[in-house]
Design a protein around this ligand. Structure first.
Ligand SMILES: Nc1ncnc2c1ncn2[C@@H]1O[C@H](COP(=O)(O)OP(=O)(O)OP(=O)(O)O)[C@@H](O)[C@H]1O
Ligand SMILES: [Mg+2]
Length: 357
């Protein structure tokens, strides 16, 4: 008897495994679930019936067949209902991902149904909204870049036409033409530097350098502009600051970008200071000014390319909005960080770190 029970158990197991392997061949989730329900009901039922026939010589064939047919049908019907809801959830996800693939980034999948499907839909929706933001940012970037390139070009063209038509003497427009050409040149140079940072083609000639020297040379370069605007420039580089390992020309570029911003945003009689302090394995350099400080939106977006607090993008008080994006790229290429904050006493502070030599 025990031997017979063992044989039935092993045979049930073998048939179960074979059926499971066979179910994986079915093409749809729906068919697989229905098949699974059928196997789960029919197999134990068959084992019990077989044992009953052999051991107790049961003869109620019609009743047994009716029970078997009823329970199998119930199982298949229940499985089809479950499979329908699962496969319709999958179908909705498939449709949403096909729409995304075709470029409709506003498509979202319904985040309902079984937990795994809802989780998948949530992840897909998050990806779609990130992509949408990325594309919006890119569109805005191209719009701003073309605006900033077009403005000086249009003004150069207008001046040249006026000279060509004999409306003005060439000498009158010469300084303005030079100024606009310089603006265009700087913008193209900045775009080129950003492209180099993005492509990883930036070559940093790293060497040991003292910050005090770099800061002094930058401050000297801005002295005349600061004097004309009645702003005090000050270097407060701590005597204990160790030398840093950096590409000095790039660090000067970062410092100049931060100092130009600080000067631009400091009112007459204000002051701009550069501080350097040692941290554990790095040195922190900060540029502080004495304006009203930064709005929350500036704090969030000032390192974005082409972003300026002045949305009208009138040239009066600023450049293209690339200075801080370049500064961030250069600092990060050195393995440092850059961030902005408001000083407790008023005014903005933009700081970056460089590895100590
Ligand atoms: N020290 C500061 N105080 C207040 N706002 C600042 C300061 N530095 C930057 N900002 C804000 O962040 C924006 C972006 O600065 P960023 O240096 O990238 O561009 P920009 O100075 O406008 O142009 P560019 O540097 O290309 O000539 C500025 O337009 C300004 O609105
Ligand atoms: Mg700037």
């Amino acid at each position: 008897m025990i031997a017979f029970a063992l044989v039935v158990a092993l045979a049930t197991l073998a048939v179960g495994l074979a059926a499971a392997a066979g179910l994986r061949m079915l093409p749809t989730v729906r068919a697989q679930l229905a098949g699974l329900a059928l196997v789960a009901v029919a197999l134990p039922l068959a084992a019990v019936l077989l044992s009953g026939v052999v051991m107790f010589h049961m003869g109620a064939d019609v009743v047994i067949l009716a029970v078997a047919a009823a329970s199998s049908s119930a199982a298949v019907a229940a499985a089809l209902v479950v499979a329908r809801s699962t496969s319709s959830g999958l179908e909705q996800l498939r449709r949403a991902s096909a729409a995304l693939a075709q470029g409709d980034l506003s498509t979202r999948a319904p985040e309902s149904g079984p937990a795994e499907l809802a989780e998948l839909a949530r992840a897909m929706n998050e990806m779609a909204s990130n992509l949408e933001q990325l594309f919006d940012a890119r569109r805005q970037l191209v719009a701003w870049a073309s605006h900033d390139l077009r403005t000086p070009l249009a003004s150069i063209q207008a001046m040249l036409e006026a000279v060509e038509d004999g409306l003005v003497e060439p000498e009158r427009y010469l300084p303005a033409l030079q100024e606009q050409t310089r603006t265009l040149g700087l913008l193209v140079e900045d775009l080129f530097e950003l492209a180099r940072i993005d492509s990883g083609a930036l070559t940093l000639e790293l060497r040991e350098a003292r910050l005090a020297g770099l800061v002094d040379s930058c401050l000297r370069g801005l002295e005349a502009e600061a004097q004309s605007r009645n702003v005090t420039l000050e270097s407060r580089v701590d005597g204990g600051v160790p030398p840093v390992r950096c590409a000095p020309d790039k660090v000067e570029r970062v410092l100049l970008n931060l100092l130009t911003n600080a000067l631009r945003h400091t009112p007459s009689d204000g002051s701009v200071a550069v501080l350097a302090e040692p941290l554990s394995h790095e040195v922190r350099v900060s540029v502080e000014d004495t304006d009203d400080g930064l709005e929350p939106e500036s704090l969030r977006r000032m390192f974005d390319r082409f972003w300026r607090a002045d949305e009208a993008r009138t040239g009066a008080r600023g450049g293209a909005g690339l200075g801080l994006a370049i500064a961030r790229g250069l600092v990060e290429a050195h393995g440092g960080r850059i961030w902005a904050e408001n000083r407790p006493g008023g005014g903005a502070r933009v700081s970056f770190t460089l590895p100590a030599a």
